[in-house]
Write a protein of this length. Structure first.
Lengths: 295, 342, 257
């Protein structure tokens, strides 16, 4: 049971990150490497605020805003300076390393003695005794649901429509008399805001900020998006956002199982193989769809 | 239809993998004997990264347990996991140990100690750490050195004062002491602070050079060596990994470089007042044994630092640099080398 | 009124491949005109449309709408009053979104794309009405993704979408070229109907000489960046496809084709 709970906790936190990656990778068609920097950015902002006694719930908003700002920067570098998408992300990711270090103060900020969204006075009063062991998971589920439903709702607004259109067909957005660059910037801001929010939650759940916590975040995010969207491609009842979050939980489950059965040294290889298999399965289907349409 | 079949197949496969995963997990814990009861123990070792010093800690820890009669394969089941410096994996390893309900987690290096403590604190699993430079800064111990919970261990804090004293003894004329460190390594930053505090007492002017990645080492070394009379090292992972580059440049200029542990002296540092990580691991293992046997609770044992640093010297390097090692120091040396190993 | 004044356009400027397309090019399109443009490949028809819409910059010269100089205006800004349909049906619609979502998107052109619900439920019946006029049965498939439609269906939607909101100019860039003859005919009739209804000033580039003769109030033939034939009103209606074809062959022979 504990095993499942810890997988759920990790998977759902990273599920919020995956929502962000879903926006850039699937909707905007923008390979955004900023994620490796904006994930720890959320943690750094949280560490900064919590060690100064700020309200932990406030830190979630602050982290989202900081991440959104990072996304705007990536967008400006790409749109205004005409730097290629991949490079814009790499530039921002590199810059964020230093920025994160400045914000947090040091490379490792423990939060054991601080109140977090998972452990604070109010919470202990509110949660009934019996539910205490599950309080962390419940809070993560609530945050995940809020993120998911807000994103779903946003994608159904006019602004959200435009965002979906820009990755699909940028010319159409120009035809609608809108600057496609601005739409991309909005998308990147939203995506990195979510990633940074996930960073803040992760940092509070782990009760420590570590500068290297973003390394490989983009890989986890991409894997979750691809697993989710490939496996649940045929389940039209399931929204893409739900599929992506489920993908993240599946990914974390695979990692947990692999950790138990293989040498940790083999982990990266196992991840790569899993990734490849799912990509191939996904691609095979796409090809079929094309031939169907042609016939 | 075919597509749906693939999808169903895939999910089914995943489920099967999950089931077998869980199944085999139970298998391993059973083979470890009935944990917690009698005299048989299961210990999870959580190491943050693949690293010479950390590996030595792990070996030392196992030896330390052995000396106390807790022997692998007899009354001890070990689960050794390495996070390969990945924070997400690190967290999952800790969660895994906690849900397996091991009898103790041994965490090697600061991030591992923090995530192990975080995962174990509600499960009443004691955590013993080692190679944590500053347990107070990591919030694993309070200001007086007492544990914050069921967690204690050993610190690999550098013996800065002894090192400065030793450098002064070997180089009476030296004024400027250079140190290179990685700005993102918390251990290095806190060691630098201590050097800043103490360097003046021994008549040194400290010149530090911060880097962010391996690629900076060569340039930073050129710059630093222009300004200093001698250099010393911390246990900085990035710098230590690139030590050969620094040593080569220093040798060209005839500038002595001091190390912080035995391995560094072996490959060409002049000398070190350093930590023997195997000894540190052993010390940790003995603390762990006390907790496992129920003699003491982890929360009652303050964290320990290595009682006495050892002096290591490389005579070949001294000869190359034409530096005379005082006889009293030579006698004290725990180990001295007559050649530089590559 | 749309006017191009003394326009110069070079491709690959300052390289050995420099090519001058327009040298002192002038064109004036009056309000309400329907201009059909024909000409061989490389004669500058599509470049002219791109210059008008702002998709490519000019070296010098002016582009004016009425008295207003829009030469420096960004492409997306110009599109506030311009609707454009491309040769490729995929460019005018968003394949991963449903028909309803595409219609809603187009319906909001010129307004703020804010946090209001993307689809206004009260407009659905209006969209269905518009779609019903296409006679393609799209009005019953509102939830179908546009990517699943045929080229003709998508082009019909693109035409509908680009003319849904009040615009002044309609730019048609060989918009029937990728369609089968029957669908092309249908789209062309629909175009004519919309242009007449909304009194749009239209510029249509086409390779179909019959369409060029049959539709529109003015005919332009372009060759190597120049207008070599410009007929309006009765002058145009008195011409036949054979006349135009004859002229076409003449210039082709000059080029050695």
């Amino acid at each position: 049971m504990d095993f499942v709970i810890s997988i759920m906790e990790q998977g759902l936190i990273y599920g919020i990150l995956a929502l962000g990656v879903y926006i850039t990778y699937k909707i905007l068609d923008f390979p955004d490497l900023t994620v490796d920097g904006s994930f720890p950015l959320g943690g750094a902002v949280t560490a900064f605020l919590l060690t100064r006694g700020a309200n932990p719930y406030l830190s979630l908003f602050a982290a989202f805003l900081a991440g959104a700002l990072a996304g705007v920067c990536t967008g400006l570098i790409h749109v205004k300076c005409r730097v290629r998408d991949l490079l814009s992300g790499i530039i921002m990711m590199t810059a964020l390393w230093t920025i994160n270090l400045y914000i947090a103060g040091t490379a490792n900020v423990p939060l054991f003695s601080q109140e977090t969204i998972f452990k604070n006075g109010i919470l202990e009063k509110v949660f009934p005794e019996g539910l205490q062991p599950y309080s962390t998971l419940l809070i993560i589920i609530i945050l995940m649901l809020i993120s998911k439903f807000l994103l779903d709702a946003y994608l159904q607004t006019k602004s959200g429509y435009l965002l979906r259109a820009v990755g699909d067909n940028a010319t159409l957005v120009i035809s609608l008399a809108k600057d496609q660059g601005n739409v991309k910037i909005v998308g990147l801001a939203l995506a990195n805001g979510l990633v940074s929010l996930a960073g803040s939650i992760f940092c509070q759940e782990e009760r420590v900020f570590e500068i290297s916590m973003g390394t490989g975040a983009i890989v986890i995010g991409l894997a979750s998006v691809i697993i989710g969207t490939s496996i649940f491609r045929k389940f039209t009842m399931l929204k893409a956002t739900s599929a992506v979050i489920t993908g993240s939980v599946i990914y974390k489950a695979c990692v947990a199982i692999a950790l138990q059965n293989f040498e940790p040294q083999a982990m990266k290889l196992i991840t790569a193989v899993l990734f490849l298999v799912i990509l191939i399965v996904g691609m095979e289907r796409r090809k079929k769809v094309k031939t169907d349409a042609g016939a | 239809m075919k597509k749906r079949m693939t999808a169903i197949f895939l999910t089914a496969a995943m489920t099967v993998v999950m089931m077998t995963g869980c199944g085999s997990k139970e298998g391993t814990t059973e083979s470890g004997g009935d944990k917690g009861t009698g005299d048989s123990y299961t210990v999870g070792i959580q190491q943050f990264a693949e690293h010479g010093s950390l590996d030595n800690c792990r070996e030392g820890f196992i030896k330390g347990l052995e000396e106390e009669g807790i022997v692998k394969g007899e009354n001890l089941t070990l689960e050794i996991k390495n996070a390969m410096a990945d924070t997400a994996t690190n967290a999952q390893i800790a969660d895994g140990f906690a849900s397996d309900k091991v009898d103790m987690i041994c965490a090697i290096a600061t991030p591992s100690a923090q995530s192990a403590y975080n995962a174990a604190m509600d499960k009443e699993i004691p955590v013993i750490y080692t190679a944590v430079t500053d347990p107070v800064a990591a919030e694993l111990a309070d200001k007086d050195g007492n544990p914050v919970g069921e967690i204690t261990g050993t610190s690999d804090k550098l013996p800065v004062e002894e090192q400065l004293k030793m450098i002064r003894a070997l180089l009476p004329e030296a004024k400027k002491l250079g140190i290179m460190y990685t700005t993102s390594e918390a251990n290095s930053v806190s060691a630098i602070e201590e050097y800043q505090l103490l360097a003046g007492d021994y008549g040194f002017e400290l010149i530090e050079k911060g880097i962010t990645q391996t690629a900076d080492v060569a340039l930073a070394a050129d710059d630093l060596l222009e300004q200093v009379d001698c250099m010393t090292n911390l246990t900085d992972n990035t710098v230590v990994a690139s030590l050969p580059t620094i040593l080569e440049k220093a040798n060209e200029k005839g500038i002595p470089v001091f190390g912080s542990e035995i391995e560094q002296v072996k490959i060409g540092c002049l000398a070190a007042e350093g930590i023997d990580y195997i000894a540190l691991g052993k010390q940790t293992g003995k603390m762990a044994a006390q907790v496992l046997k129920g003699e003491k609770k982890a929360s009652d044992i303050p964290y320990e630092i290595i009682t006495e640093p050892g002096f290591y010297v490389n005579n070949k390097v001294a000869e190359n640099l034409k530096i005379e090692i005082p006889a009293d120091l030579t006698e004290q040396a725990i180990e001295s080398f007559d050649e530089i190993s590559e | 009124m749309l006017e191009l004044k003394n326009v110069y356009k070079y491709y690959n400027p300052d390289t050995v491949n420099e090519m001058c397309l327009f040298r002192d090019f002038n064109l004036k399109v009056e309000k309400g005109e329907f201009v059909s443009v024909v000409g061989s490949n490389g004669s500058g028809k599509t470049s002219m449309l791109n210059i008008i819409c702002g998709s490519i910059p000019v070296e010098s010269g002016q582009i004016c709408i009425g008295d207003k100089d829009i030469t420096r205006e960004k492409e997306y800004r110009r599109n506030e009053r311009i609707g454009r349909v491309y040769q490729n049906p995929a460019i005018g619609t968003c394949p991963s979104m449903s028909i309803l979502e595409n219609m809603s998107l187009a319906d909001n052109k010129g307004k703020v794309y804010g946090f209001r619900r993307g689809t206004n439920k009260t407009r659905i019946s209006y969209y269905q009405e518009l779609l019903a006029r296409l006679n393609l049965g799209l009005e019953d498939k509102l939830e179908v993704k546009v990517g699943a439609l045929s080229g003709g269906q998508r082009q019909a939607m693109a035409l509908l979408m680009s003319t849904m909101t009040p615009i002044e100019f309609l730019i048609l860039d060989e918009h029937t070229a990728a369609l089968d003859p029957k669908t092309a005919e249908l789209i062309m009739e629909l175009t004519d109907k919309i242009v007449k209804e909304k009194h749009l000033t239209t510029i249509m580039v086409t390779h179909n000489l019959r369409y060029a003769m049959e539709y529109g109030s003015r005919l332009l033939m372009m060759h190597q960046g120049e207008v070599i034939l410009d007929k309006k009103g009765t002058e145009k209606s008195s011409m036949t496809v054979e006349d135009v074809l004859g002229l076409f062959n003449e210039i082709s022979i000059e080029c050695g084709n």
